[in-house]
Design a protein around this ligand. Structure first.
Ligand code: TGC
Ligand code: FAD
Length: 392
């Protein structure tokens, strides 16, 4: 079992920008990750198993619905607390953060924002406690970056809807109790439907052979003439903007989460470089390794400030989708570059499961792809500053 000696870098005293509540929430998540995630995560990733034993702990630290009001079982926290929780969880593993992101921002958020009061009462408290786990079906085999082209559809059959189609690359799908599914009606308008495990014609085959996010379960959602009760349609928003609105919230969490992965890689590499002696001195005393470490802490500090400022804007309801895209893109790229450099600092040891770096590095290949690829976020920034979409 690996000892977790993590010490969080805070080069610009960003702690001084946080409230007492932020620090309490952050420290509780940090301690929980040290205690419950670090000891088991490498084994889970090696076995490609989602560690279901951590679900109740995630609920206890407020990771399921941090910003959902307490009356629905959420933690009622602000956006910076949400970000800090994601940072700490992803410090442990991006796959665990994925589970929390999906549950909070892609399942609880749409039910809270677009659902009926009955739907909120029925699902949100159980999702907040982890009694129910959820997944989010937007991506299809032929429609990834372009979800507006989706073909999954439903027809009005009087007393129910008949749902057909397939979703791919869905986090939590293999074990989820409910799925928030985006599908077109007979007029081609996109709506969100809540599909429950056990509905006839609904299956969730697992996706195997992943080299990334191995401790997170990924699968497909198959709908073969699934009869969905009419009360399972979320009525308060339709069109592509509805799922994209959920992505704003999840992408924001990833902008913080990626910092956690980067901090873990940096902290591990710094400690190793100070201990590892070659040519009769610690490799941390060489200019080449100092360049790597100095650039890492610089980039982490910039990313921390960006995430914090975005959190302030989110709290004030002023953050734009394009600002969120910029932070997701910047911080994930920052983290993946740091993971690659940190792995090299560890030499041969860097490729082993004795250290977390290679796992973070492989995980981040998914993080840079999902919730909008690196390219798509650049195009979103490009469109925002020029006013001209360049997607087609
Ligand atoms: P476009 O015409 O630009 O927009 C359609 C409508 O949507 C509105 N909109 C947004 N609304 C809220 N938030 C946003 N971020 C929004 N972006 C656009 C827009 O105003 C418009 O509204 P209206 O009222 O005029 O109809 O749409 P487009 O088809 O040109 O596509 C734009 C594009 C490429 C940016 C978008 O499709 C996109 O973001 N693609 C990337 C797809 C993506 O991110 N998929 C993620 C799937 S879920 C996932 O990966 C979960 S991983 C979970 C984990 O494990 O952590
Ligand atoms: P494509 O869209 O086919 O893109 C392939 C390449 O082409 C990319 O490099 C892309 O940047 C580039 N490209 C695409 N369009 C353009 C363009 N206009 N201009 C220039 N370049 C372009 N989805 C869900 O709905 N729910 C989930 O829970 C979920 N979880 C996931 C978990 C994992 C582990 C992974 C890997 C993915 C997950 N996804 C999920 C899907 C994810 O959102 C998609 O993989 C992502 O949006 C990209 O779609 P794609 O894989 O089809 O790639």
């Amino acid at each position: 079992m690996r000892t977790d000696n993590f010490q969080a870098p805070d080069y610009y005293n960003i702690d001084e920008l946080l409230t007492d509540e932020h620090k309490i929430v952050r420290d509780a998540a940090r301690e929980w990750v040290k205690r419950e995630v670090s000891p088991i995560i490498e084994d889970a990733a090696q076995k490609a198993e989602f560690p279901k034993s951590i679900i109740s702990g995630l609920a206890e630290i407020g990771a399921f619905g941090p910003y959902i009001p307490e009356e629905y079982g959420g933690a009622g926290l602000d956006q910076i607390s949400y970000g800090l929780i994601m940072q700490e969880i992803e410090r442990g593993d991006s796959g665990v953060r994925s589970t929390a992101s999906v549950q909070s921002s892609l399942v609880m958020f749409p039910i809270y924002k677009y659902g009926t009061e009955e739907q909120r009462k029925k699902y949100l408290p159980k999702l907040a406690s982890g009694e129910f786990m959820g997944c989010f079906g937007l991506t299809e085999p032929d429609h990834g970056s372009n979800p507006g082209g989706m073909t999954t559809n439903f027809k009005d059959k009087g007393d129910h809807y008949l749902l057909n189609g397939a979703k791919m690359w869905i986090s939590n799908a293999p074990f989820a109790d409910i799925a928030v599914v985006w599908a077109k009606d007979e007029n081609g308008r996109i709506h969100g439907l809540i599909v429950e495990r056990g509905m006839e014609g609904f299956s969730t085959p697992e996706t195997h052979n992943k080299w990334s996010l191995r401790a997170s379960a990924t699968g497909e959602l198959i709908f073969d003439n699934v009869k969905v009760p009419k009360e399972n349609l979320m009525p308060n928003k339709s069109g592509l903007g509805a799922p994209l609105g959920c992505l704003d919230s999840a992408r924001y969490g990833i902008a913080w989460g990626a910092i956690g992965a980067a901090m873990d890689c940096y902290d591990t590499a710094l400690r190793y470089a100070k201990e590892r002696v070659q040519f009769d001195k610690p490799i941390a005393g060489t200019q080449l390794q100092q360049k790597k470490l100095a650039e890492m802490i610089t980039e982490i500090t910039k990313a921390q400030l960006m995430a914090w400022r975005l959190g302030v804007l989110k709290n004030e309801r002023k953050a734009t989708s394009a600002q969120i895209s910029m932070a997701k893109r910047n911080n994930v790229e920052m983290a993946i570059k740091i993971a690659r450099e940190a792995r090299q600092i560890l030499g041969g040891m860097g490729i082993t499961g004795e250290y977390s770096i290679m796992r973070h590095m492989m995980n981040l290949e998914s993080v840079i792809t999902y919730e909008g690829t690196h390219d798509i976020h650049l195009l979103i920034t490009g469109m925002d500053i020029t006013g001209i979409p360049a997607f087609q």
